[in-house]
Design a protein around this ligand. Structure first.
Ligand SMILES: NC(=O)c1ccc[n+]([C@@H]2O[C@H](COP(=O)([O-])OP(=O)(O)OC[C@H]3O[C@@H](n4cnc5c(N)ncnc54)[C@H](O)[C@@H]3O)[C@@H](O)[C@H]2O)c1
Length: 384
């Protein structure tokens, strides 16, 4: 443990800005951190959000509605940026060009063109560390799956299904907001919101889909605008991407589901990996329970479960028999980013890379084409 402090600014103080700040508030949870983040500046167009931050963090000395003020603050080393998707391109590029390290929110650009522009800025500033937020791989069971896939023989992969399901748009009377408007959220709709969560682990494992057939649904095409008027709600609510993956000369299907209208689901991230010798299943519905099956000819085919408890990538004060949850995954993700800023290797699992965001954009761009043409589309991973 060192006393090194890394001074942060936050741009976008809404839902996710507060999650980050709260993680910093309980940094003492981590027992072996190379550095500690400190929030010294915040920026949001909505000034009513400032008091929650300034009441809880006495280290904040700058509140502004112009993000350029943070970029010209020489004390700020790193920035967390959590703003609507239409702003990612310009703000992320300005942060990178200002030489500040960046943890940005997915999808890292509203579309492929924006993502490529961010990558171009990054290539001109190689000293800046840039990562995308994606917290679900930091659940202990998901880390366990990642390790098993590195170390164990799964045989040939038969099939993979991964998904992120929630029901936040089930209510047809819910008022429209930026996440349901193409102008701010993008053509990807639910894929831009939920897609990196689904594809992050497969991409980290080297499972880059070669083709996709997409089924996208806009189930609620109009919503109330808050003034009693129905306005178009054109973003995709749900998407199912039927992908093909080639590994070692063999192919397997990978199905990715991103649902904003999944009855009964709150924030369910899951992955099922079936192999000829070994299989695993995990869902945040049962956040500590990992299911595994080893197949041996002639032996019973039995799924076993293990309750993993609190076994994060970065050690914490929490006893190992206690449960792990969403806010813990956010803390672990931040521990990973801060470890890299302090010169570490993120304990072997850095946050999502720029290349991984770019690969996810390739998948979503091909998925839009597939939906439009009712076709199977090849996925092109050429970058700028
Ligand atoms: N990792 C996750 O689990 C997760 C969950 C939800 C959202 N997100 C992502 O986080 C990002 C933000 O989503 P959110 O849910 O926090 O949205 P939000 O609407 O709660 O917050 C966005 C904030 O950005 C502010 N803002 C808008 N324009 C600005 C500008 N020019 N300068 C400064 N601030 C500005 C808004 O006033 C608002 O407070 C999105 O990219 C979204 O995809 C990630």
């Amino acid at each position: 443990m060192t006393n090194k402090i890394i001074k942060f600014g936050i741009i976008g103080c809404g839902l996710m800005g507060r999650e980050f700040a709260s993680s910093i508030g309980r940094w003492c949870h981590l027992t072996d951190s190379k550095a500690k983040p400190e929030i010294i500046a915040i920026c949001d167009k909505n000034e009513t959000l400032y008091p929650w931050y300034t009441d809880n963090f006495s280290s904040i000395t700058q509140c502004t509605d112009d993000y350029h003020d943070l970029l010209s603050n020489p004390d700020i080393e790193a920035i967390y940026c959590a703003v609507p998707h239409n702003l990612h391109k310009d703000i992320y590029i300005d942060i990178i060009n200002a030489g500040k390290h960046l943890l940005g929110e997915k999808p890292f650009g509203i579309d492929m063109e924006a993502n490529n522009a961010i990558l171009q800025a990054a290539s001109k500033n190689p000293e800046v560390i840039i990562r995308s937020s994606s917290e679900f791989p930091y659940y202990p069971a998901v880390q366990n799956i990642y390790q098993q896939l590195q170390n164990d023989d799964f045989g040939d992969i038969i099939e993979v299904e991964a998904g992120f399901l929630h029901s936040s748009d089930m209510d047809p009377n819910k008022t429209i907001n930026w996440k349901r408007m193409i102008e701010f959220n993008g053509e990807y709709g639910c894929m831009g919101d939920l897609g990196l969560h689904v594809f992050h682990l497969p991409l980290r494992l080297g499972w880059k889909p070669t083709s996709v057939f997409a089924q996208l649904s806009n189930l609620i095409p109009t919503r109330d605008n808050g003034k009693g008027e129905q306005v178009p709600c054109e973003t995709w609510d749900n998407s199912t991407l039927h992908c093909n993956v080639d590994v070692n000369g063999k192919s397997f299907p990978l199905t990715g589901k991103m649902f904003r209208m999944a009855p009964g689901e709150t924030d369910t991230w899951y992955i099922n990996i079936l192999g000829t010798k070994k299989s695993v299943r995990y869902s945040t519905k049962q956040p500590k329970t990992l299911w595994t099956m080893n197949y041996e000819p002639g032996k019973p085919q039995c799924w076993q479960y293990e309750d993993l408890g609190y076994a994060g990538l970065f050690p914490c004060i929490t006893g190992h028999i206690f449960e792990f949850g969403f806010t813990d995954s956010i803390l672990q993700m931040w521990a990973s980013f801060v470890d890299e800023l302090a010169g570490g290797d993120a304990n072997g699992f850095p946050c999502a890379s720029l290349q991984e965001t770019n690969q996810s954009h390739s998948i979503f761009t091909a998925a839009l084409k597939s939906q439009k043409n009712n076709s199977v589309e090849s996925i092109n991973y050429e970058t700028v």
